[in-house]
Design a protein around this ligand. Structure first.
Ligand SMILES: [Zn+2]
Length: 282
């Protein structure tokens, strides 16, 4: 099984996780810029973080044959802090970088007027730079937040095929399915969305425009839940090709719209994996 995790926060994970992910078949990932827990008080904290997303993390990932890409944005939570607003002016410089494959995470946290403004500004940046956009849907008031996010996407004039609404669940999937946007699902150990619930959604809504991620960060999360979802799909009667479509070809198609996916590393890792299987059999 080859896996592309389209949303995982490796900054908060250890190198052991990269090793486990590579062994599980993860060959590529996208790390969205997000909130780091401790509030940032100046723009320098953001530039150092963004630089790590395009420098240090791709290096760490490459040691395990994993192709690392990222998305860049001022996250919804810190959009509310006036000290962070100048970050918006820094974004164009990062959105021109090679391994930056989307604008994100943007969207709503508490649905404030400040978040409205910053969300719209991000979609405009995505349009200007010809990039996809990764939209985080809020954990509280998710149905209202998802609906409002779809309105903002529509008003912006961006092609819905360039937008993913992430962290969806049973109550929010139908509306997004009808919008033409991509649907992202974060699979968590205890709460929110499990591999079996994900399989039920794929049965009902099909495989088109579906993205499955682990969204692993420093909270209780598991970078191998993409693999577990693939296993649950197979156990439920989906084919190997179906699993490959959801866990590999869909994220390649979505982020490939940036024109910046570089999967050479992943291809090399696949060749090595093939060799070791051959050696194992001899
Ligand atoms: Zn995230």
């Amino acid at each position: 099984m080859r896996i592309f995790d389209p949303h995982i926060h490796m900054t908060s994970r250890t190198t052991d996780d990269y090793e486990r992910m590579a062994a599980a078949g993860v060959r590529a990932l996208v790390e969205p810029a997000f909130w780091l827990g401790q509030p940032r008080t100046n723009t320098g904290s953001f530039t150092d973080y963004f630089d790590a997303l395009i420098g240090w993390e791709p290096f760490r990932a490459s040691q395990y044959g994993i192709a690392h890409h990222c998305t860049i944005a001022l996250n919804p939570k810190e959009a509310n802090d006036p000290r962070c607003r100048e970050v918006l002016a820094l974004l164009p410089r990062y959105l021109d970088k090679d391994r930056v494959v989307a604008v994100g995470e943007t969207g709503y946290d508490s649905m404030t007027p400040e978040e409205d403004e910053v969300f719209a500004a991000h979609l405009e940046l995505a349009r200007e730079h010809g990039l996809p956009a990764l939209v985080h849907t809020p954990h509280r008031d998710k149905v209202v937040g998802t609906r409002r996010s779809l309105d903002v996407v529509k008003e912006s004039g961006i092609d819905p095929g360039l937008v993913v609404l992430d962290h969806l669940n049973e109550p929010t999937v139908a509306e997004v399915a009808g919008s033409g946007c991509w649907m992202g699902f974060s699979i968590y150990p205890d709460t929110k969305m499990s591999p079996d619930r994900m399989v039920a959604i794929l049965r009902e809504y099909g495989l088109e425009r579906m993205l499955v991620n682990s969204a692993a960060d420093w909270g209780k999360s598991d970078p191998l839940l993409t693999l577990r979802t693939g296993e649950a799909m197979l156990a439920a009667g989906f084919s190997d090709d179906d699993v490959d479509r959801v866990l590999w070809r869909n994220p390649v198609a979505f982020y490939g719209q940036s024109g910046r996916l570089d999967l050479d590393e992943a291809d090399t890792a696949a060749t090595f994996a093939g060799n070791s299987i051959l050696r194992g059999g001899s």
